[in-house]
Write a protein that binds this ligand. Structure first.
Ligand code: SF4
Ligand code: SF4
Length: 371
């Protein structure tokens, strides 16, 4: 085993279980690694497919081409002992930046209880199994990070990432306030470099444009007619809920175990009012922001945005701005779930919104790599 640093801090002290009614992560098409192909080729060649897109790879087929993996039967895996590395890894993500960090996907309902397996022990086993892939990913990502920091310094937009994290941590409670989020999002657009300490919330909050901003963010991730691309929310009764946005309307559907979609309701997006967390919900949101603030994958997505924008934004503005935008997206989704299902905006409402939201963070482009 090679010598590299692994950061387990996000999962320290956590217990993770996999309730047998769930199966939610089997809605994502698992990649089949070269060394895993033989089993499926010999036994189930009809279920081995190539994905579409610019970088196709071998994967397992989905029911009706859009539902769960074909091997999910009564929410249990029919090939459990031969499931892919991708299947074994969820809900952990191994993220390679200039080090390796283990992150825990909070869309997994099994990550929220206080029973199950010790997360660090499970993750150490996964790291061991993925050793060679990690070495290769780190060799590439370290180089990308070196180049990124050099570009930032040359453009005069570099800040110390650990200082940015410290500043967000010191001001974290402010990020649950809409007026503060609004101010941060405005300030992220303009020079000079933002300082969170001393930044006050908007005194005259333009609720209409704030609602529009939250709605646009959330609607963008839901605007697809392909069930493989829209966000999935596994609710407390283990229903797989999907939301598709089209022309200002959102359709709520539930997918059954065979990959059939069942219509539940429509909503006019403009009629969904942006809500804020109340009571214990504030604490749940604050905890989540603290987790995001320590995730290297979140930082990597901010860096990716800076790279796309040609290093025109200062890292401080980009980081604080992305944090504010992320919270807005989450709050709008909480408001939408409350609109459709009445989940509320207390601790339970915020927790359900995070369960709905956290997996979609994987879609954000990043300069590092998920191994
Ligand atoms: S999402 Fe979590 S609880 Fe659900 S099947 Fe996957 S690992 Fe198990
Ligand atoms: S192989 Fe098994 S664990 Fe993996 S996605 Fe399919 S049903 Fe789920």
């Amino acid at each position: 085993m090679a010598d590299y640093e692994v950061d387990y801090s996000e999962i320290a002290g956590k217990l993770v279980s996999c309730p047998e009614q769930c199966g939610m992560c089997c809605l994502c098409q698992p990649e089949v690694l070269p060394e895993e192909r033989k089993f499926f080729k010999d036994n189930y060649p009809q279920f081995l497919v190539r994905t579409k897109g610019p970088q196709p790879y071998s994967a397992l087929a989905l029911k009706k081409g859009r539902g769960s993996c074909v091997f999910l039967n009564g929410r249990r895996c029919k090939v459990y002992d031969h499931r892919t590395a991708y299947c074994r890894q969820f809900p952990y993500h191994l993220y390679a930046s200039d080090k390796l960090k283990v992150e825990l996907d909070l869309s997994c309902r099994g990550a929220w209880g206080n029973t199950g397996n010790d997360a660090v022990i499970e993750a150490k086993d996964l790291v061991k199994r993925a050793d060679q892939r990690i070495i290769e990913a780190l060799a590439e990502s370290k180089e990308v990070y070196r180049e990124f920091y050099a570009n930032c310094k040359e453009a005069g937009v570099y800040q110390d990432p650990s200082m940015l994290r410290m500043t967000v941590a010191e001001n974290v409670s402010m990020f649950t306030d809409l007026a503060y989020l609004s101010r941060i999002m405005d300030m992220a657009q303009i020079e000079p470099v933002m300082a969170l300490s001393g930044t006050r919330p908007e005194t005259q909050l333009d609720m209409e444009s704030l609602e529009e901003a939250g709605r646009d963010l959330a609607m963008e991730s839901m605007s697809s007619s392909d069930p493989l691309s829209v966000p999935v929310y596994c609710d407390k009764d283990w229903n797989w809920n999907m939301f598709m946005a089209d022309g200002g309307k959102i359709e709520w559907m539930v997918m059954d175990d065979e990959g059939e979609l069942h219509h539940k309701a429509f909503a006019d997006a403009e009629r969904i009012k942006l809500k804020v967390p109340e009571d214990d919900g504030i604490k749940v949101l604050t905890d989540y922001i603290n987790i995001l603030n320590q995730r290297d994958s979140f930082m990597g997505s901010v860096f990716s945005l800076m790279d796309q924008n040609g290093y025109e934004d200062d890292m401080t503005n980009a980081y604080f701005g992305c944090m504010a935008v992320t919270v807005m997206d989450l709050l709008w989704r909480m408001s939408m779930l409350d609109h459709f299902m009445g989940i509320g905006t207390g601790a339970e409402g915020v927790r359900e919104a995070i369960i709905f939201y956290d997996m979609d963070r994987l879609d954000a482009p990043t300069i590092g790599a998920f191994v």
